[in-house]
Design a protein around this ligand. Structure first.
Ligand code: ADP
Ligand code: MG
Length: 394
């Protein structure tokens, strides 16, 4: 089955329900990063150019099914309007007679943004009635909210069966093409770099990738969980205890497949997690009593850089250390820079913090693909598809 995309469809004179991910970070009622709004613009402009009018819908934050004025999409409508140099109308709900009236008066080339879908609890429950209500606002359906495709929410999943004309936008198309390239015939050697804090959440993805990769290198809490699984000393380093048995299983699988596998040869250890901590590099891969592993050490950086230099395909998820503190950011930034130098390899970054680290290292434009949806991209790599993507196939 093939993913249907907007390039396959006709939009002339059509009113399109466009589901996007405008879940932007807010601070004191202001948008502090509009990357997600910008990411939807290619699809918006394409649809308008093809003669459509647009009914755009999104969620914002976690209002838990109640109206929360602090999570209104009204400011997003204004920002989108500024970015595309065009009026973006706004309506203060996403269903109901007032919304119906507003969308019915839309002319070709006009845009209206609906209020936060998650002000209705039915959205996250995946209610079919709610999906049907939403679908009654338009003739066609386009989804470009990749970051929500792992959820069976009404506006990404149930809604699709009420339309004949459904398609994925450019953002979903781009994500799917990068992630499926990792899963289907990746050029070898394929290096998987794992770090960060959430270990249990990533086990499914790791298991699925073991059959594709040649090398696995680890940092962060991920590494300490593997080191703990080898029964080595990790001092007071943070570890996910419930993931230790899973890490043991993975080590067995790695050995069965004769994969190259590394935990850090050395570490930066600190007496506390704070910018004014005392810290130094260990000589070995174990961590002494009372000390906390906060970054990979210089020998590990060298070894990992060598792995990166040999790879043809690279997927990186999770920082190598507590990169939010400058003194513990070196490992993460060096890994980012090393990947940035491999413009001849196919490199993909998944995870919000990993993406932030790549930006901090100033190499974002040297990476083949940076995933926009953390949870969605991990689930895609685990299962090879997502519920919200399956329903866009024909
Ligand atoms: P991503 O968002 O890229 O998927 P995660 O959310 O899993 O990554 O992990 C990022 C977090 O992991 C960061 O906040 C970072 O400080 C933390 N982290 C990395 N290494 C360590 C460590 N050694 N000890 C504690 N936290 C760590
Ligand atoms: Mg994170």
């Amino acid at each position: 089955m093939e993913l249907q995309t907007i390039e396959d469809k006709d939009y002339k004179g059509k009113r399109v329900f466009l589901r996007v991910d405008f879940n932007v970070p807010l601070e004191n009622g202001e948008i502090i990063d509009d990357t997600r709004i910008r990411a939807a613009i290619p699809t918006i402009e394409y649809l308008l150019q093809k003669g459509a009018s647009l009914v755009i819908a999104s969620h914002l934050g976690r209002p838990k099914g109640k109206v929360d004025p602090g999570l209104s999409l009204k400011i997003v409508a204004r920002r989108l309007g500024d970015l595309i140099g065009k009026e973006v109308k706004f309506v203060s709900d996403c269903i109901g007679p007032e919304v119906k009236k507003a969308v019915e008066s839309l002319k070709i080339g006009e845009i209206i943004l609906l209020e936060n879908l998650r002000f209705h609890k039915e959205e996250e429950e995946g209610s079919e009635d709610f999906a049907k209500e939403l679908s009654s606002l338009a003739d066609c359906y386009v989804n470009d909210a990749f970051g929500t495709c792992h959820r069976k929410h009404s506006s990404v999943y149930g809604i699709t069966k009420f339309f004949d004309n459904i398609a994925a936008g450019y953002l979903i198309k781009k994500e799917v093409s990068a992630l499926s390239k990792l899963l289907e015939n990746p050029e070898k050697p394929f290096l998987l770099i794992l770090g960060g804090a959430k270990v249990v959440d990533k086990i499914g993805m790791i298991k699925n990738l073991l059959d594709k990769i040649d090398t696995l290198i680890t940092g962060g809490v991920m590494a300490y969980t593997f080191i703990k699984a080898k029964n080595w000393e990790i001092g007071d380093s943070k570890v996910e205890m419930e993931a230790v048995p899973l890490a043991k299983e993975i080590i067995k699988e790695i050995n069965k497949r004769h994969l190259e596998f590394h935990t850090p040869l050395d570490h930066i250890i600190a007496d506390k997690i704070s910018p004014d901590a005392r810290y130094f590099a260990t000589e070995r891969g174990t961590i002494p009593h009372n000390w906390i592993g906060v970054d990979i050490g210089p020998q590990a950086i060298e070894e990992y850089t060598d792995c990166i230099n040999r790879a043809k395909t690279i997927f990186w998820n999770g920082p190598m250390g507590i990169y939010e503190i400058d003194a513990f950011a070196k490992g993460t930034l060096e890994i980012a820079k090393a990947i940035g130098k491999r413009e001849d390899a196919f490199s993909v970054i998944g995870g919000g913090d990993s993406a932030a680290a790549v930006n901090k290292a100033g190499v974002a434009d040297k990476i083949s693909h940076i995933c926009t949806g953390g949870g969605a991209s991990l689930e895609y790599l685990e299962k090879g598809t997502l519920p919200g993507i399956e329903v866009l196939k024909k």
